[in-house]
Write a protein that binds this ligand. Structure first.
Ligand code: KIV
Length: 269
């Protein structure tokens, strides 16, 4: 039985080497990514990337649980963190605890993530006090973005920059084991990252963060609805899928597939 990944081991990577994180929503993707990652995030981006919905606000608790279960079936050594979906936690610490407890009980994941700063600190503290590890998420918060409008990068004004510092400190004080920093201008993100007591994971933030995360389908060239500036495509699998489908079509039509080796024959007497 492989050893269950530990939050403390993840946190100890800060200052040792950069932390590698990607999203995963399915068992085969978890299997492929696990050896290369420190953390797999079952992000609510699943609503847009897999279901073709307009916003992450359409994700719900059942969706997150089903995808969390799929990822947990194939992960070995990466920490698995599951997003609390919009509407499942903001109202009160008690609501957050009920939703997070359901996710943890039904998936066996290692932690949950929620979006927000000072406003959510009491919710984070309640989960952490109840034994549920929490990853914070500040800056650009997709659960609050208005559908159909461009995501807005944060930290450009002094007020925003100072609020981001306050948010990060509030989350650390509440007990998060790490903070995702999304869509924050570089100097502000770098200064938060360098002063933060827990690992910071950047996405469109700063190379000074302790680690980086991207949506896997962006990295693989599998999501074509929109590609943010902070994405680097390390493959173009849409093209590979299209070429494979075209080859299959040609083989079915010209009769070269299936061959006799793909078929079942009566056993020899
Ligand atoms: O939902 C998600 O995929 C995320 C990451 C992009 C950080 O929150």
């Amino acid at each position: 039985m492989p050893k269950k990944p530990q939050i403390a081991d993840f946190m100890a990577l800060k200052g040792q080497r950069k932390i590698v994180c990607l999203t995963a929503y399915s068992a085969p993707m978890a299997h492929a990514l696990d050896p290369h990652c420190d953390m797999l995030l079952v992000g609510d981006s699943v609503a847009m990337v897999i279901y073709g919905m307009d916003t992450t606000q359409n994700a719900d608790l059942n969706m997150m649980i089903r995808h969390g279960q799929a990822v947990m079936r194939r992960r070995k050594s990466s920490l698995v963190v599951i997003d609390l979906p919009a509407g499942s936690y903001e109202n009160s610490p008690a609501q957050a605890l009920a939703s997070a407890s359901e996710i943890m009980a039904k998936t066996g994941a290692d932690a949950v993530k929620l979006e927000g700063g000072t406003d959510l600190a009491p919710h984070v503290k309640c989960l952490v006090d109840s034994g549920i590890p929490v990853l914070g998420h500040i800056g650009l918060l997709p659960q609050h973005a208005v559908a159909g409008t461009a995501f807005r990068i944060t930290g450009r004004s002094e007020e925003e920059a100072s609020q981001l510092h306050i948010d990060a400190n509030a989350l650390v004080d509440a007990g998060v084991f790490g903070i995702v920093m999304e869509g924050i201008i570089e100097p502000v993100a770098a200064s938060i990252a360098m002063g933060c007591a827990v690992p910071t994971i950047g996405i469109g933030a700063s190379a000074a963060c302790d680690g980086q995360i991207l949506v896997t389908e962006d990295v693989l060239g599998l999501y074509d609805a929109f590609t943010p500036k902070f994405v680097r495509k390390f493959a173009n699998l849409q093209d590979d899928i299209s070429a494979a489908a075209s080859g299959y079509r040609a083989a079915v039509i010209d009769g070269s597939f299936p061959t006799k080796d793909h078929l079942f024959w009566p056993k020899k007497p």
